[in-house]
Design a protein around this ligand. Structure first.
Ligand code: NDP
Length: 469
């Protein structure tokens, strides 16, 4: 079991190239993260390959028990993990943030221990007999972003290990210590080499994808990087699962109770201070309830405390980095310049340390505004008025991405009728963004391809093999 200090000491760079890590809420230094070289990557891949035979020789039940032991280890060091995460990523300990994320890591490990992917008999008659088995890929490359650095890593690591693969993970350079801290806790349980971590920037990620020993890459991040990874995968025909950006639309039909849905709408959009792939990023509200929904959301949002992550009262935090602050700032300024109405926020205190952007609601905004058309990935929600359902569906489907969407209505059948017309990998009814370890998750259009979670997630880190005859 670790404390914050012992965990930080374990993952802090000890000699070699390093990068100072600062708290995005205060700008204060919190530690130094190692920066690995291509030679370090080679060594990590070699260790992961060497670890394969013993790991794959374990029975399915032994690996199931290991996943349960990993969940216990995460829970024993949960507070230390949450503190590292909060200080490096910026997210508050409370609300659906750091403690929630660490808890989700343990739950995901347990859920993957509970899943089963048995072989199937696909033909058994006078014409023959054929069975479909699922074999490990070998070594899986896991490349993760900075918004949910522990949970997204576990989403990939848990099924990979369960299926008998070893893993080489590359955390984002923005959240290196969080990736290393999680791995340190897991590696106290795992045999050596089964989970390796390499740190560094995009060049290390690119080199990882190009290694012939990596049979599969699980990637979560931007569409632009996903596109580069597709190109890098070509030489070795490396298998890919890509969970890329989104610009999720939420559609509020005229029969809702605005006050009753305000809190779920709020967290659908502002979870993790808006830095979530499948957050609600543009809200379309029917004219009949538009003013009431805007008022209810503004009233609720104005009461949600934003502050330094380690202050127990905070439920919203800073943006993780300056690049993301600048994106949100520019999109809101463009909306203002077009004459949109800022109902809440929109005026960051530029003298305050850290990358705090206030909770912002922008109403009476037209659909062509950049804040509607581009992924803001931060706490600024555009609210577009509509009266014609067909026009609204067309507007929602205009985006090149299609990760999630939601429909809000008192009439489930009416909501589903709209949901089936939306181009998105998941459409939630009367909520937005909830994921479950047994329910497949993946994007449509440029939000990527491949499914994570559940039995489909196990298949994604396996190679099907037919035994025929
Ligand atoms: P990136 O897609 O650049 O980064 C995601 C991961 O990929 C990081 O570990 C990154 O390393 C790595 N990487 C970067 N370049 C390559 C490459 N050529 N080959 C392999 N791996 C690479 O996302 P950003 O962090 O730059 O965020 C940019 C935007 O992406 C955000 O503004 C947001 O819109 C979106 N985003 C979406 C996320 C999602 O959950 N779908 C999560 C995060 C961001 P490193 O960071 O160290 O350079």
């Amino acid at each position: 079991m670790y404390t914050y200090d012992t965990l930080l000491a374990k993952v802090t760079a000890a000699g070699g190239p390093a990068r100072e890590v600062t708290d995005p809420a205060t700008g204060q230094p919190i530690g130094s993260a190692p920066v690995h070289t291509l030679a370090d990557l080679d060594s990590a891949v070699a260790r992961a390959v060497d670890a394969r035979p013993a790991w794959v020789a374990q029975s399915d039940d032994e690996r199931r028990q290991t996943l349960l032991a990993l969940a216990d280890a995460v829970e024993e060091s949960a507070e230390a993990l949450a503190l590292v995460l909060s200080r490096e990523q910026g997210k508050p300990l409370n609300g659906p943030n750091a403690r929630f994320e660490v808890g989700a890591c343990a739950s995901w490990l347990r859920a993957n221990a509970a899943l089963d992917l048995p072989s199937e008999t696909v033909l058994d008659d006078e014409s023959g007999h054929a069975e479909l088995h699922y074999r490990p890929v070998g070594t899986v490359g896991v490349i993760t972003p900075w918004n949910w650095p522990m949970m997204i890593a576990i989403w990939q690591i848990a099924p990979s290990l369960r299926m008998g693969n070893t893993v080489v993970a590359k955390p984002s350079e923005h959240t290196t210590l969080s990736g290393l801290a999680l791995a340190a806790v897991l590696n106290d349980v795992l045999p050596a080499g089964v989970l390796e971590v390499v740190t560094g920037a995009g060049d290390i990620g690119d080199a990882l994808v190009r290694r012939p020993e990596i049979g599969k890459v699980m990637f979560t991040g931007s569409t632009a990087t996903g596109s580069k990874i597709i190109a890098a995968s070509a030489d070795n025909i490396t298998r890919l699962t890509l969970e890329l950006g989104g610009n999720d639309a939420g559609i509020v039909l005229p029969d809702v109770d605005p006050t009753a849905i305000a809190e779920d709408l709020f967290w659908g959009a502002f979870i993790n201070t808006g830095q979530t792939c499948a957050a609600l990023k543009r809200l379309y509200v029917h004219d009949d309830v538009y003013d009431d929904v805007v008022t209810a959301l503004a009233e609720l949002a104005s009461r949600m405390p934003m502050g330094v992550g380690t202050e127990e009262a905070s439920v919203l935090g800073p943006l993780q980095n300056k690049m993301q602050f600048d994106v949100v700032d520019a999109l809101v300024e463009e909306a203002k310049a077009r004459g949109a109405r800022v109902v809440l926020g929109g005026d960051p205190d530029r003298d305050r340390p850290g990358y705090f952007y206030p909770t912002t609601l922008v109403a009476d905004i037209d659909d062509d505004a950049e804040l509607v058309q581009r992924e803001q990935f931060g706490p600024a929600l555009p609210i577009v008025r509509f009266s014609d359902v067909d026009g609204m569906v067309a507007a929602a489907n205009r985006a090149e991405v299609g990760l999630g969407a939601s429909v809000w209505s008192a009439d489930r059948a009416a909501a589903i009728a709209v949901a089936t017309r939306l181009e998105a990998g998941t459409v939630w009814i009367n909520s937005h963004g909830g994921v479950h370890p047994f329910v497949p998750f993946g994007g449509a259009k440029q939000s990527g391809y491949g499914l994570e979670f559940g039995v489909e997630g196990l298949k994604s880190v396996a190679v099907p093999q037919v035994i025929s005859g």
